[in-house]
Design a protein around this ligand. Structure first.
Ligand SMILES: CC(C)(COP(=O)(O)OP(=O)(O)OC[C@H]1O[C@@H](n2cnc3c(N)ncnc32)[C@H](O)[C@@H]1OP(=O)(O)O)[C@@H](O)C(=O)NCCC(=O)NCCS
Length: 158
């Protein structure tokens, strides 16, 4: 694979991010962008009043936004996250790269963990999360599975 870069989303990414959401296939959209909620929140970031305590990141390959990850409730010790990879880049390690990049970033900032929820039948996502140490805690009131990844502080890693 070409070089892959993890970086914060930038104001100049607006067209690319719209293309990213437009390019998600039917299944990816059903899992990741129900009612266009994630798309709306991401695209709002480019407007006048981005939501507080939300951060947006991308995985870029050869100038293309191949993957996208965001976190929110960053004013708590355990923020939530969401992740998606463009259909034509899935199965090539982009999702794993985004997660390990995020773990490093959040550990260096002293966060205690990351929460997420995913559909019971989202096998690809569940395997990805479990491979990277997320523990299934049970069923969230939404009916989705609730996952927690516990992070170690740099102090504990020494
Ligand atoms: C889930 C998703 C982010 C995975 O990203 P990806 O870049 O394709 O994943 P990777 O190539 O990094 O694969 C990492 C691991 O994920 C799991 N995985 C990925 N695709 C899989 C598939 N189609 N079936 C089963 N497991 C899969 C495997 O455990 C894999 O590890 P392995 O290659 O050692 O077997 C991607 O499929 C996606 O964007 N799906 C649509 C959006 C979505 O569902 N987002 C999550 C909503 S909660």
């Amino acid at each position: 694979m070409e070089d892959i870069i993890f970086r914060e989303m930038r104001p100049g990414d607006k067209a690319q991010m719209q293309a990213f959401y437009n390019g998600l296939g039917e299944q990816s959209t059903a899992f990741f962008n129900v009612n266009h909620g994630n798309e709306r929140r991401t695209m709002d970031w480019f407007g006048d009043s981005p939501r507080p305590n939300h951060e947006y990141y991308v995985a870029e390959i050869g100038g293309v936004v191949a993957g996208h990850l965001f976190i929110w409730d960053t004013d708590t010790r355990v923020p939530w996250m969401g992740v998606a990879v463009r259909d034509d880049y899935q199965g090539q390690g982009v999702g794993s790269f985004l997660l390990t990049s995020l773990f490093g970033l959040l550990e260096s900032r002293g966060y205690g963990g990351i929460l997420l929820r995913t559909a019971q039948n989202n096998t690809a996502a569940r395997r990805l999360y479990e491979k990277h140490g997320f523990e299934a805690l049970g069923t969230h009131p939404s009916g989705e599975i609730l996952y927690l990844k516990r992070l170690k502080t740099n102090e504990e890693q020494r």
